[in-house]
Design a protein around this ligand. Structure first.
Ligand SMILES: NC(=O)C1=CN([C@@H]2O[C@H](COP(=O)(O)OP(=O)(O)OC[C@H]3O[C@@H](n4cnc5c(N)ncnc54)[C@H](OP(=O)(O)O)[C@@H]3O)[C@@H](O)[C@H]2O)[C@@H](O)CC1
Ligand SMILES: [K+]
Length: 496
């Protein structure tokens, strides 16, 4: 499903209105009706629509009119401005609602809101331009207070007020909705944190605006990415067909083994561990090579590398080898954990060949690379991920709830799979390995990152279902990869 920015949405709006000659009020009527239907599904006795001065407010006025038409007699509008101040389609929507007998009042700061079972948040949508203050901030806290006391349901029109529809940033007070009715397409800011935590369930309403798919639009990762990243397994293929993944072994050998297992379960034909010593207890299927062998040949036969899991920060031969590979390796690779640290040298970020490497930082690692705080990364995750991709040339998977995948050319994907089962040591190593495994099989770096994030999250969910969110270990996530792959292909059948 595509995810649009405010600017992209405005373009689609404009195109629909100017090329299809559909008047804006018609689109608004569809939007308001969809909002009314979402409210009706809660079988409310009493609905209050909070309406701002722009077209988002217009959606709220239309919803109030439709609710009254559908027999909800106790519906009223609390507006942030006097009706005489409204313009354009919002003015038309308000005029019709008032003609239909919808009572209305202007919100006076400090006043409690009238009681209701359902509140519609139509204060601000894609036109929100700055953090809330004054009257609007007061209105949002009045809503919060009445909802806390009554347990009423909150439905946001298009985007919860206070959430930046493009970036997901919440820079001040914001409405917490249980549901968001997205007009024509989900807004990117409601798909990523923190915005998605305010949006609740997002339902897309078809309001008559055509959304033409294009590479520029962000989207969720899907099971189709997993299917696209895995090559067809014909009868005459052999292990060489599916590529060799070289995993650099550092101080913590267990992390390298987990990465290798991720790669193998994701389909790599062969996993090679390369380190200073043999790893005791590594799976029998893994090939092991030592750095003291001919260094040039150790990695030469690998189609993809995984550098970083368990590397440590002690310097020494593994780190020197990693630096050397970063400078000279010409095939795809994954850079994770302490490997990422190597990208910042003498205060500058190393520039990598565009799209060759997939970087898998968690927020703290991303913050260190961008020389900012973890809090700043988490507050503006989209900006952090896209900036890191742009400045390094790597495809970035910024890990965490709703991982963001950013290509240096500007493409963005959001991964919605995964849950707290993954909040345990070693799962990041597994992700790095899965992506390495997909790269070795020939997937391009952006597809491998998208499919890898999806598969890893799906495996985490399956492991969590079986073992609880509490007891799942990284090795359980590895064990769940086959079922996650099976499910991704089963999704294919369901979609047909
Ligand atoms: N045909 C269409 O286009 C359709 C659009 N649709 C709907 O329209 C929505 C977009 O409408 P929109 O562009 O009018 O913007 P909207 O979010 O209502 O607010 C803008 C107003 O708020 C103000 N303002 C901004 N920030 C502020 C702040 N922090 N604090 C206070 N004020 C602030 C700003 O004025 P300013 O004060 O900045 O001059 C401006 O007046 C979209 O989300 C969807 O719901 C659907 O009906 C389908 C058809
Ligand atoms: K809203």
């Amino acid at each position: 499903m595509v995810l649009v920015t405010s600017e992209q949405m405005r373009e689609f709006d404009k195109r629909t209105i100017s090329t299809l000659r559909v008047p804006g009020i018609v689109l608004m009527d569809h939007a308001g009706k969809a909002l009314a239907e979402a409210a009706l599904a809660k079988r409310p006795r009493c609905v209050v629509a909070l309406c701002g001065k722009g077209n988002n407010g217009g959606d709220g006025w239309v919803a109030a009119r439709w609710l009254r038409h559908q027999g909800v007699n106790q519906v009223q509008v609390v507006s942030t401005v006097d009706v005489s101040e409204l313009t354009g389609d919002a003015r038309t929507a308000a005029t019709s609602a008032i003609a239909a007998g919808v009572p209305h009042q202007v919100y006076a700061p400090g006043q409690p809101l009238p009681p209701a079972d359902v509140y519609l948040d139509a204060i601000l949508g894609t036109g929100a331009a700055r953090p809330l203050s004054g009257q609007l901030a007061d209105l949002v806290s009045a809503l919060e207070a009445v909802v806390a006391a009554s347990g009423a349901w909150v439905i946001a029109a298009d985007v919860p007020t206070g959430v930046n529809a493009t970036t997901g940033e919440v820079a001040g007070p914001a409405v917490r909705a249980q549901q968001t009715i997205a007009m024509a397409a989900q807004k990117l800011g409601t798909a990523i944190t923190p915005g998605c935590l305010y949006a609740g369930d997002v339902v897309v309403a078809d309001v008559g605006i055509g959304i033409e798919p294009s590479a520029e639009l962000a989207a969720f990762t899907t099971a189709a990415d997993v299917r696209a990243a895995l090559p067809h397994r014909g009868p005459q293929t052999h292990k060489g067909t599916y590529g060799r993944v070289g995993v650099l072994v550092g101080e913590m050998t267990g992390a390298a083994v987990l990465a290798g297992l991720g790669a193998a379960r994701a389909g790599a034909g062969l996993v090679m561990l390369a380190g200073e010593e043999r790893v005791q207890g590594a799976p029998l299927e893994f090939v092991q090579r030592l750095f003291r062998d001919d260094m040039a040949s150790v990695f030469a036969q690998s189609q993809a590398l995984v550098i970083g899991p368990g590397l440590g920060d002690g310097g020494g031969l593994p780190e020197r080898t990693a630096r050397n590979l970063l400078a000279h390796w010409e095939k795809p690779g994954v850079l994770d954990a302490d490997g990422l640290r190597l990208l910042r040298q003498n205060g500058a970020l190393q520039r990598l060949p565009e799209g060759q490497w997939v970087l898998t930082p968690h927020p703290k690692e991303c913050a260190a690379l961008l020389e900012t705080s973890t809090e700043a990364v988490q507050a503006r995750r989209l900006e952090a991920a896209t900036r890191l991709a742009r400045e390094t040339g790597g495809v970035v998977i910024l890990k965490g709830y709703r991982s963001i995948i950013a290509h240096p050319d500007g493409r963005v994907r959001v991964n919605a799979t995964g849950n707290a089962a993954l909040a345990t040591a070693g799962t990041g190593d597994v992700l790095a390995g899965i992506v390495g495994g997909l790269l070795a099989q020939g997937a391009d770096s952006f597809l491998a990152a998208c499919a890898g994030a999806f598969l890893h999250g799906a495996a985490g969910e399956l492991a969590g279902e079986r073992l609880t969110l509490v007891s799942t270990l990284a090795s359980d996530v590895v064990d769940a990869i086959p079922d996650a792959i099976g499910k991704a292909f089963h999704a294919d059948l369901e979609e047909q």
